[in-house]
Ligand binder design. Structure first.
Ligand code: HEC
Length: 122
């Protein structure tokens, strides 16, 4: 009898928790990717930015971690655009168009906005 009660309590707790995780946890309404950001992600993969930059800690270590780069002091889309467009020392110059740079930045902005607590949790 007691075992049945414990089982039921755990089962109900599990059900509520699962319901919460799978309804709220997967709520992506506020983090839907724009067309520009999606294209930026494709470019990020095409030019293999991951070879030197990390997102969520994954990637090469020659360049900076880009996950929350736009939340860092002194960083803004204009600064990033200048970096991506002209390159710097070991950062290659890809000869990207204005639109391509904007799309890449839209992607980096998207990642940044999805991870407001990333820095704190490191
Ligand atoms: C060969 C390695 C390499 C590749 C590939 C590379 N980067 Fe970089 N990147 C660097 C390095 C090194 C720096 C730092 C340059 C400096 O500070 O002089 C940098 C800097 C940057 C910055 C500025 C970071 C900051 O601190 O504000 C951005 C943004 C950036 N890269 C984006 C990209 C994007 C987008 C791509 C792909 C299109 C890319 N990088 C590909 C090496 C690389």
């Amino acid at each position: 009898m007691q075992k049945t009660t414990i089982f039921l309590v755990l089962f109900i707790a599990f059900s509520f928790y699962s319901f919460w995780v799978y309804t709220d946890g997967t709520n992506t309404a506020s983090t839907t990717m724009s067309e520009k950001a999606i294209h930026g992600k494709v470019l990020y993969q095409k030019y293999n930015c991951t070879a030197c930059h990390q997102i969520y800690g994954l990637g090469g270590y020659l360049g900076a971690e880009l996950t929350d780069i736009l939340s860092k002091p002194g960083r803004n889309p204009e600064f990033l655009k200048a970096m991506i467009q002209s390159g710097a020392r070991q950062m290659p110059q890809y000869g990207l168009t204005d639109d391509e740079c904007d799309d890449l930045i839209a992607f980096i902005q998207y990642v940044n906005d999805c991870s407001p607590n990333y820095k704190k949790s490191r």
